[in-house]
Design a protein around this ligand. Structure first.
Ligand SMILES: *[C@@H]1O[C@H](CO)[C@@H](O)[C@H](O)[C@H]1NC(C)=O
Ligand SMILES: *[C@@H]1O[C@H](CO)[C@@H](O)[C@H](O)[C@H]1NC(C)=O
Ligand SMILES: *[C@@H]1O[C@H](CO)[C@@H](O)[C@H](O)[C@H]1NC(C)=O
Ligand SMILES: *[C@@H]1O[C@H](CO)[C@@H](O)[C@H](O)[C@H]1NC(C)=O
Ligand SMILES: *[C@@H]1O[C@H](CO)[C@@H](O)[C@H](O)[C@H]1NC(C)=O
Ligand SMILES: *[C@@H]1O[C@H](CO)[C@@H](O)[C@H](O)[C@H]1NC(C)=O
Ligand SMILES: CC(=O)N[C@H]1CO[C@H](CO)[C@@H](O)[C@@H]1O
Length: 424
């Protein structure tokens, strides 16, 4: 654990909690529609585990893990990992003329990545065979970005190695054209097709802070940083609405504005966790987690990573497993009506907090079958085992964001939430 001097800490606190301002609801800005895809529970769990390992490994690289902490994986787990959930997919275009890709709009990473046309050994990279791949030869705005010292990416990945190159291109997001935006062309995707999310999506568009961008320490700007730098968004923020309905396309990321038609009540401004500047994720401080009215043990001082790219709400097994057992959601959905709510008590300031409540319908997944067989329900909480003595990190993934419309404010480094309007 890094120790901050009392004065630095005090300054940070003033920075985090002292600035109060109203964010302005306004539907100006640029929208990318997202489609909700149904993915299997096993894939969701595997991807959540992998994201959790990335976050903990990143915290270790930053020297933030408590002394004596033991990670299950190596601290070299790369940030480039396609093994994302792909539950909410949107379009991005790269090149001139535009080449279209389906990507995960991911607040838990910071690069734009797509497969490259040179990813063409389908024995090694089976996923590349069915994904859309970027072709530099047909684009007039391609710049290789390579020089003697490199643009080459070499990343350990699960069973194999991911190779890629950094280049720049005209990237078009939500109708906004962003010339000379850095992006990664993946030239090798070893391993299982399902690990890569193919054919559901081609790549990832990261919306976290540049601190997380690959290569490490590059602070490479992602598309939203490019929008801010070029001053083409009305406000330095984006809003996220995630619909609960499968295949529905009313979900969105809205750049530069706050549409008002998908939430009710007031937007509540939430400062980020004190470690946010070191972590680079979007993260809030959670003071407690309640099941019904009962505060669960070991749920104070939690850092909640707000992540569109994770399909579950994930936390350490010692805390999550007893909660799952208590809730005891039956797979036939028969006891859903009698299950308790789960509440995340989120810090709004030193002295104030607010419960963000999720109902059973919100924290469980209900799978409907075409053939008329009964629905199945599964709890949307997941226990990941990332090691021992680690920072108390939780991932507040899609079940949280389906319940709360969210504004990710880079201008003020805050988040704002309001209850989402359910879509029927
Ligand atoms: C693809 O990779 C495999 C394994 O390295 C290799 O044996 C094979 O020759 C490669 N195929 C092509 C067309 O390069
Ligand atoms: C452009 O694509 C071609 C063929 O796909 C490839 O041979 C070439 O290396 C690429 N150029 C750069 C600079 O990556
Ligand atoms: C080469 O590329 C790297 C990474 O993009 C960059 O940091 C460096 O400044 C470049 N060097 C030259 C001489 O252009
Ligand atoms: C591919 O990955 C899926 C999910 O992780 C797994 O169920 C399947 O067995 C894997 N297939 C192969 C051939 O490794
Ligand atoms: C959603 O789309 C997929 C793929 O097109 C399809 O298999 C599935 O049945 C659809 N689900 C619903 C609820 O319409
Ligand atoms: C969990 O629920 C099932 C019925 O869905 C019940 O049979 C079982 O006893 C419950 N377990 C606990 C520990 O309450
Ligand atoms: C983007 C954004 O909301 N910026 C606001 C940050 O807070 C200051 C006041 O502290 C406002 O003036 C900005 O508009």
């Amino acid at each position: 654990m890094k120790f901050l001097s009392v004065i630095t800490l005090a300054l940070l606190l003033v920075g985090a909690f002292g600035k109060r301002h109203e964010v302005k609801p306004s539907s100006a800005g640029h929208r990318v529609k997202l489609q909700r895809r149904n993915i299997g529970m096993q894939e969701m769990k595997a991807a959540s585990q992998s994201r959790a390992e990335q976050i903990h490994a990143h915290a270790a690289r930053r020297g933030l893990q408590p002394h004596g902490a033991r990670l299950k994986t190596t601290p070299n787990v790369p940030m480039l990992n396609y093994m994302a959930n792909g539950a909410y997919i949107g379009e991005v275009s790269i090149g001139t003329p535009q080449q279209k890709f389906s990507v995960v709009y991911d607040t838990g990473s910071s690069n734009l990545w797509v497969p490259d046309s040179t990813c063409n050994n389908f024995t090694i990279s089976p996923a590349c065979q069915i994904q859309n791949r970027y072709d530099n030869l047909t684009s007039s705005t391609f710049q290789s970005g390579c020089n003697v010292s490199s643009c080459f990416l070499f990343l350990p990945y699960g069973s194999g190695t991911v190779l890629g190159e950094l280049s720049t291109e005209t990237v078009t997001v939500g109708g906004l054209s962003l010339p000379e935006t850095p992006f990664g062309r993946v030239t090798m995707e070893p391993g299982n097709i399902s690990e890569w999310g193919a054919p559901e999506f081609d790549g990832i568009l990261g919306l976290a802070y540049p601190l997380l961008a690959m290569p490490l320490m590059s602070n490479l700007p992602g598309p939203f940083d490019e929008m801010m730098t070029r001053d083409i968004v009305p406000q330095q923020l984006f809003s996220v609405y995630l619909s609960s309905v499968e295949n529905d396309t009313s979900s969105y990321v809205h750049f530069g504005g706050i549409p008002t038609d998908n939430y009710h009540g007031e937007l509540v401004n939430v400062p980020q966790d004190l470690l946010q500047p070191e972590l680079g994720y979007w993260c809030i401080s959670v003071n407690a987690i309640k099941v019904g009215d009962v505060v669960q043990p070991s749920t104070s001082g939690i850092i909640g990573v707000v992540d569109t790219g994770t399909s579950l709400i994930a936390g350490p097994p010692a805390v999550v497993n007893p909660i799952i057992a208590q809730i005891n959601a039956s797979t036939d959905c028969s006891n859903l009506a009698s299950l308790p709510n789960i509440a995340f008590t989120v810090a709004l300031s030193w002295s104030q907090s607010m419960d963000f409540v999720l109902t059973p319908e919100q924290y469980t997944f209900r799978v409907k079958f075409q053939d008329g067989s009964p629905d199945q329900c599964q709890c949307g909480l997941f226990a990941f085992d990332a090691g021992e003595g680690l920072l108390p990190l939780w991932i507040l993934g899609d079940p949280f964001l389906r319940s709360y419309f969210a504004v990710f404010n880079r201008g003020n480094n805050t988040l704002s939430f309001a209850p989402s309007n359910p879509k029927h």
